[in-house]
Design a protein around this ligand. Sequence first.
Ligand SMILES: [Zn+2]
Length: 421
Amino acid sequence: MRLLIEHANVWDGSGAPPFLGQVLIENERILAMAPQSETLDADGAERLDARGKFLMPGLVEGHAHLSFVDTPRGTALGELPPEDHALLTMDAARKLLGAGFTSACSAAAAKIRLDVAVRDAIERGLTDGPRLLAASPELTVTGGLGDGRRLHLHQDSFGVAVDGPDEVRRMARLCLREGCDTIKLNISGDYGTESALAEATVMTDAEVAAGVEAAHAIGRRVAAHARASESVKRALRNGVDIIYHCDFADEEALDMLEAQKDRVFTGPAIGIVLARLESLRGDNSWQGQGFLERLKPLYEATCRTHHEMRKRGIRIVIGGDYGFAANPQGTNARDLEHFVRHFGFSPSEALQAATRTGGEIMKRGHELGQIRPGFLADLLLVDGDPLQDVKVLQDNKRFAFVMKGGVRYLPCEGSPHVRRM
Ligand SMILES: [Zn+2]
């Protein structure tokens, strides 16, 4: 297969301004590119006139939860039988591809093998979806985020409760054995839990170290849920690779992040916070008001922190905990708008977070996330200019195609999915 995309407004993901150009694709990779004024040797290639359209790298979701299938509560995930849950996870993968995301780095699965099975099914061509790095469920301490159990009930949520370094090590090794690329540790609490709030650091140094040791021993990574300042420091001290949220990071935590900025990735996952704030507007119940009182300071802290992290050049990926009823799968491109509106990113910076930095968090910065000769042909051809308004990427009817590895997908009429061309 040879395809020459001509007369496109080419934005390559590096941060350089777009140029009128042409891109030659051969099989799954980009073979060559040039300004339109030059000639490109494109013998035998199909020609596609992309006049007036914007060609950019495919988006990368940096905090995916494909098996969080838009339920209102975490415990509703525990109630789903694995068979049904796997099919719903496959469907979320198709929606994510339909939303222009050609790669996804999972931040946790709701059951141990859900990400693994869907990742492998996509790689084998059994179903369509983004390139996927599979995560474990959220390893959490008793009473931490994702521990849905109650003394009088058998009830699961999206987490696995483990206490002490031995239990963390055993569960991490089990998830690694089952094929997870990333082990997820919930080091801090969260605004939605009663026992461990977002400002609390509940996983001990020894527990974090045990999880990191198990993953790093076989070359895999650890991602942390870390809202409290101390939880960010604990993650950094123990070698965690991806540190999500960082909302309450103090000056010392920011300095530590900056000192390790070539090693670590961060991601705010702001989408769910904004969706919850939105849904609480006009809710005058005491539960709603209590929730709002916890969320507002968190939102303010996360805005301060991410303005600062952007200035310090710390690597930040988009991805906003999509997969809850208030923040459904397939609406992930809203994160770009959030970065511009709430964190002071320029549209170009937000798009770079979603493409070039995304390729790096996929561990494939040498071949993913930019339009360059030799890179994988993961592309979006858009009717509109996201550098003028990032919101155009929220409407998949504007996608002339989504391309993954040289394969073109077209939006389906009236549905969030795409179909192979
Ligand atoms: Zn998450």
